[in-house]
Design a protein around this ligand. Sequence first.
Ligand SMILES: *[C@@H]1O[C@H](CO)[C@@H](O)[C@H](O)[C@H]1NC(C)=O
Ligand SMILES: *[C@@H]1O[C@H](CO)[C@@H](O)[C@H](O)[C@H]1NC(C)=O
Ligand SMILES: *[C@@H]1O[C@H](CO)[C@@H](O)[C@H](O)[C@H]1NC(C)=O
Ligand SMILES: *[C@@H]1O[C@H](CO)[C@@H](O)[C@H](O)[C@H]1NC(C)=O
Length: 494
Amino acid sequence: MPLRWRTLPHLLLLTLFSVATSCSAKEAAFENTAVVRTADLGGAIVHVMTTYAIKSLANGQDVYTVAFTKKERDSTSFLEVKVKGQKDPLEIRERPFYANAKFTHVDVLLPKKLAENATLNLVVETIQTHMTEPWPEYAGQKENQAMRYTSDLYVLSPYPTLVQRTKIKALAPRIISFTNPENVGAFASDSVASKSGATVTYGPFNNLPATADYDFIKSHQQPVTVRYYHDQPVLEVTSYKRAVEISHWGSNINTEDNIILHNAGPKLKGHFSRVDYQQQTYYGHPVPHILHSLRLDLPPGINNVYYYDLVGNVSTSRLNIAPAVPKGQVAKQDSNLELKPRYPLMGGWNYTFTLGWDADLASAASYNKSSGEYQIEVPIMTPISGAVVDNLELKVVLPEGATDIEVVTPYPSRAMWLERQTTYLDTIGRPVIMFEYKDLTMRHAQKIYVVYKLSVKEHFRKPFVVSAVFFGLFLFTFIVRRIDLTIHKKRKTA
Ligand SMILES: *[C@@H]1O[C@H](CO)[C@@H](O)[C@H](O)[C@H]1NC(C)=O
Ligand SMILES: *[C@@H]1O[C@H](CO)[C@@H](O)[C@H](O)[C@H]1NC(C)=O
Ligand SMILES: *[C@@H]1O[C@H](CO)[C@@H](O)[C@H](O)[C@H]1NC(C)=O
Ligand SMILES: *[C@@H]1O[C@H](CO)[C@@H](O)[C@H](O)[C@H]1NC(C)=O
């Protein structure tokens, strides 16, 4: 069965090798009047905003290029470029690169051609995953959680830059230490690193040449490290498996998540002491790196919510279900689940659980009469605040007999394929669309749209099969009875 697939062009998942369109033969001519990079340090994710005040040095330019170090590129799972103050992202195209490249380029299509000396402010937003690590690696149950983040000192750009700064911000004003860069005399005065509250600033660096350049990197680029205390658990979802099953016959959409949660903070030194833990909780000094509970936003109007782990049902959680809204309308409120793992999740520990719910199909599906198509919206995942999802597998099970399947994804998946699943009461099997993703964050918690047709005949396939099975059951009991009777009779006659 053919599967048509479209993706929205302005979002690019950088973990995918994208085939770029033609590189422009003539390099564009720009100058960066100012470049400011701000890295907001989280636990497992780092949110980086870089603003480029650009000036066009030639007439009619409409492609601006941003550069990333290879390490940045490999750890970046979300990239969006906007004109400062505007809502819609600009279209971007990554250029191909070799595995051993030191840096990579992404072309940004500007909203209009820039004339000579015209200026524009661009905001490049990226999310880096797995760039922080607990340091030291081990911490006792009563100790602080220290993390470290290492970045490159200079922002790379194929254009010269008049002034550049990098700010690295922790969540709390508790910076432990930071690198003082050396050999920066060519672009700055001697003390270029300073700390104020929760922020470490590097720069200003003046009159930088094009920094996305092998010679510049060789003679000037250097790593800088910031160590900081982080007061929230560092969460990683090592495996997130979501299965969504659509049933027209029951007018139901079932969502089931199978999640392995990992506390990626410092590993627990020594043994876990429940007494210490209870004392800390009792005296109101819960240790920040221990996860006690997790608040999840689930869709409104859901029912039959279940939550169990490897031991069994977990009943210590609180659930508030928001009223359903018709499809297409924005929900005022989500349902909330305050999920309490069976045990406090210490550094290095894992917790495996399953969470599922049902919803009325009408909350997710709509039918287009003129094209005869159903359109279903499927959220890729439930966002878990601050966590990175290392591996996600999404399985969408369509009704039996669905044809002309088309999917629209908000960003490309690493892999996507179609298979067939036959379960109880199925005759020809159901089409199943599988998606695989890596390194997802809150910003990736978007929706996939699945469009398909289901003929009237197919619509009645299920009731028909069910009655056939019922008939079979009748027949079976009948036969059993007859045998029973026969034995009975035989006994009687014996
Ligand atoms: C652009 O600015 C430069 C320097 O200020 C000036 O020499 C040049 O004439 C300007 N070009 C245009 C087209 O205004
Ligand atoms: C878990 O809860 C569900 C619904 O409340 C119930 O149907 C099921 O039997 C329970 N399972 C166990 C193992 O207690
Ligand atoms: C948690 O899971 C990771 C891999 O997913 C594994 O390497 C680690 O040993 C597990 N930790 C514990 C305490 O079982
Ligand atoms: C319904 O399908 C028709 C024909 O394909 C299309 O022109 C129309 O835009 C669709 N309507 C909606 C609401 O998607």
